[in-house]
Design a protein. Structure first.
Length: 454
């Protein structure tokens, strides 16, 4: 048995038997009606407080006719199908009440049409509701869009293929004029690819503004290709960029000047120490001053490399190690002599706070090898190695194949000033020092770098 459709019906009829016939036809058409019959205007209005699904009304009754009932329904803006069911009604009258808003009309001797008429009226009601809902949603969407675009800080516009502006929001003053000046549209239309440009426009007040503009192609409901654009005023940002660039350039010049002056001062000190050493008759004192001069020179080289590099925040320690070691060889007269120099250097960048202690450590270790590894006519090799492993671990090693450490020192730390300096600077780096003597001396300093690896 087919399931019947529930239906709440209000029947405006002064003849109970006619109302029963209507209900019978509704049941026969597959409805399960819950119905009420009314004859007067007060009863009719009272039943509208809980609106029915459909109203079936006799055209003419003693106290309330269909036309009056339909007007009352419309005054309350109720979307209820209103069907006129009458014993006799002329065509002109029927047309008139349909124009007034009735969903349908039929004669009582043709009630077989009642069920289909109600079904059609309910369907029309559902369509009207869907249409109304769609219109309401469209209106709400339009309001949201207009409100959003009105408060948007970015200029938004839509143009057609000819460049004609179809829409522009009010994000900026003289928006229409500015949108018209943003003219780099042709390539986007031609290629169909989004674009990003920076364009210069002049406002009505004569101000020149920089606009960052994004363009893209889309199609409207008719399939017409349109150009959408969103543009932001970046004049202040560009001015800030220029000011920052100028400030960074000034900082760069200042830092280079500082490094240059420090290098010059250190070189002057180095030269003075060297001159003083030449005047001292005591060999030990002269040697001590020359050791100090080499330490000062090692720091001067760092500042020289700092102001010579593009990046003054960090220096390639490998390149520095080559130059310092070669300078030490030259200062000891070892160039082209018995001691040979070999390198195994990774490109490792170090900041100033690590560069200076590493430079001084390298100076002491290479100086020790040049002083003590090859006595008499002995020849040999000194290897300078700089490696950078995982996690930023740096290993600095100076290895010679000379005579090794004296027996009384062995693997213990030397009490010489140079090795005391190495020990202090290694702790400053947060690293460790290892010295081994087996067919020469291997001194290894390991620490963790701060910065980037090239």
């Amino acid at each position: 048995m087919d399931q019947k459709t529930a239906l709440r019906a209000l029947i405006l009829e002064d003849r109970p038997e006619d109302a029963e016939l209507m209900v019978h036809e509704l049941r026969r058409s597959g409805f399960e009606p819950q119905w009420q019959r009314v004859e007067t205007e007060p009863d009719f209005l009272a039943h509208l407080t809980s609106p029915p699904d459909v109203i079936l009304a006799d055209y003419s009754m003693p106290e309330l006719d269909a036309c009056r009932a339909l007007r009352l329904l419309q005054e309350r803006r109720l979307n209820i199908p209103f069907i006129v069911v009458s014993g006799t009604i002329g065509e002109d009258v029927a047309v008139a009440i349909m124009r007034q808003g009735a969903a349908d009309y039929l004669l009582k001797d043709r009630l077989v049409r009642l069920g289909p008429a109600v079904k059609h009226a309910l369907m029309e009601k559902a369509l009207r509701q869907d249409k109304t809902q769609a219109e309401d949603e469209l209106h709400a969407s339009e309001v949201r869009f207009q409100t959003f675009m009105h408060h948007s800080p970015a200029l938004a516009f839509i143009k057609d293929h000819s460049g004609r502006i179809l829409y522009v929001n009010s994000a900026v003053e003289n928006a229409q004029d500015i949108a018209a000046q943003l003219s780099a549209d042709a390539s986007v239309f031609k290629n169909g690819e989004p674009s990003r440009t920076i364009e210069e426009v002049t406002t009505a007040g004569g101000q020149v503004r920089q606009m960052l503009c994004f363009r893209f192609i889309f199609s409207d409901v008719a399939g017409h290709r349109l150009l959408g654009g969103v543009s932001a005023d970046i004049t202040e940002q560009k001015a800030a960029e220029r000011a920052l660039s100028q400030a960074l350039a000034a900082k760069d010049v200042l830092l280079r000047e500082v490094h240059h002056r420090v290098k010059n001062n250190l070189q002057t000190i180095s030269s003075l120490l060297n001159m003083q050493a030449e005047l001292l008759p005591d060999l030990a004192a002269r040697q001590a001053l020359r050791d100090a001069q080499r330490r000062v020179h090692s720091m001067a080289l760092i500042h020289e490399q700092m102001y010579g590099d593009k990046d003054m925040d960090e220096v390639d320690f490998g390149e520095y190690a080559k130059r310092l070691t070669r300078d030490l060889f030259e200062s000891f007269g070892a160039v082209g002599g018995r001691a040979r120099l070999r390198f195994a250097l990774d490109p490792v960048s170090l900041a100033m706070d690590q560069m200076i202690p590493c430079g001084l450590i390298l100076n002491e270790l290479v100086t020790n090898s040049l002083k003590y590894a090859f006595p008499g006519e002995r020849d040999g090799e000194i290897l300078v190695s700089v490696r950078c492993g995982d996690g930023g671990t740096v290993t600095l090693a100076v290895v010679d194949n000379g005579v090794g450490l004296p027996p009384d020192i062995g693997g213990k730390r030397s009490e010489s000033l140079g090795m005391q300096i190495v020990d202090i600077l290694t702790r400053q780096l947060g690293g460790s020092l290892d010295r081994q003597s087996n067919g020469g001396v291997r001194s290894t300093v390991t620490f963790t770098r701060s910065g980037k690896v090239w």
